[in-house]
Design a protein around this ligand. Structure first.
Ligand SMILES: NC(=O)c1ccc[n+]([C@@H]2O[C@H](COP(=O)([O-])OP(=O)(O)OC[C@H]3O[C@@H](n4cnc5c(N)ncnc54)[C@H](O)[C@@H]3O)[C@@H](O)[C@H]2O)c1
Length: 261
């Protein structure tokens, strides 16, 4: 008897609509491309509207369906407007990826409260607001999937350099993921997260100016290297699709073994 095609089919998002924040580069871009390849109509949002447009052009060139929207997730009203516009555009909203994130790597004795609040707004409050607004479409529709992009630093205290606001917000994002998963499971919304290790994206540009820091990160990582965005996007697609139908409240480490030691 031939194998059933159901395993790969369960990763498909045909006929579904997804929205990604910070989709113009790095992990968000890779997730947008993966979702489009899986058949979803993707709303690619980014504070950098041109970057979002460029990703949409890539998707459309490859035969996919996508739309770009400029969105700064530090602005609550913008998130609310964007989620509802995106849902109206494609007539549905099945998947939300809360991906946009930032860091303020300074010793905590030098950490301004305003900078702390900005990291909190972008890394944590935006995910709550986006999820809340998305749920207003998903719950009446019978469900949906939300994937939060956390970090290994949400599951550990770091130690290589000071980054308290990042650690605090990513740790809170891991537990927001559990709380929303529990709250919305009866409504059919699954909420999960990924916890990636270091990637060579813009977010880590400053860190990587120091070769000793790069060497320390590689030495600390069992697999001995940084991750690529397209090594994180398959995990996001898994959590966004029927392939993970029995998974909720989970944070999937994509970390080259960082958390194993
Ligand atoms: N790079 C890493 O090492 C790493 C590791 C673990 C987790 N993460 C997380 O992955 C997520 C994506 O990071 P990345 O490495 O792909 O970064 P990146 O810098 O490559 O891309 C981030 C994208 O988000 C956009 N962006 C920045 N601020 C925004 C805002 N206020 N509103 C909307 N969009 C905004 C940027 O324009 C950019 O296109 C973040 O949440 C980050 O914390 C990154």
């Amino acid at each position: 008897m031939p194998f059933s095609p159901s395993v790969f089919a369960s990763f498909r998002l045909d006929g579904e609509a997804a929205l990604i924040t910070g989709g113009g580069a790095g992990i968000g871009r890779a997730a947008a491309l993966a979702f489009a390849e899986a058949g979803a109509a993707v709303t690619v949002t980014d504070i950098d509207g041109a970057a979002a447009e460029a990703v949409v052009a890539e998707i459309v060139d490859a035969g996919g369906q996508a739309r770009a929207m400029t969105l700064d997730v530090a602005d609550e009203a913008e998130i609310v407007r964007t989620v509802h516009e995106a849902a109206a555009e494609f007539g549905r909203l099945d998947v939300l990826v809360n991906n946009a994130g930032t860091a303020k790597r300074v010793p905590t004795v030098d950490l301004d409260t305003a900078d702390w609040r900005r990291v909190l707004d972008i890394n944590l409050t935006a995910a709550m607001v986006g999820s809340r607004e998305a749920a207003k479409h998903m719950l009446p529709a019978g469900g949906g999937r939300i994937v939060n992009v956390a970090s290994i630093m949400g599951l550990s205290g770091g130690g290589l350099y000071p980054n308290a606001a990042y650690h605090a917000t990513k740790g809170a994002l891991v537990n927001l993921t559990r709380a929303l998963a529990a709250e919305w499971a009866p409504g059919g919304i699954r909420v999960n997260a990924v916890a990636p290790t270091f990637l060579k994206t813009k977010l880590t540009e400053k860190l990587r100016e120091d070769p000793a820091m790069v060497a320390a990160i590689e030495a600390r990582t069992p697999l001995g290297r940084f991750a690529e965005p397209d090594e994180v996007s398959p995990g996001i697609l898994y959590l966004a699709s029927r392939a993970s139908a029995m998974v909720t409240g989970h944070t999937l480490a994509i970390d080259g073994g960082w958390l194993a030691i």
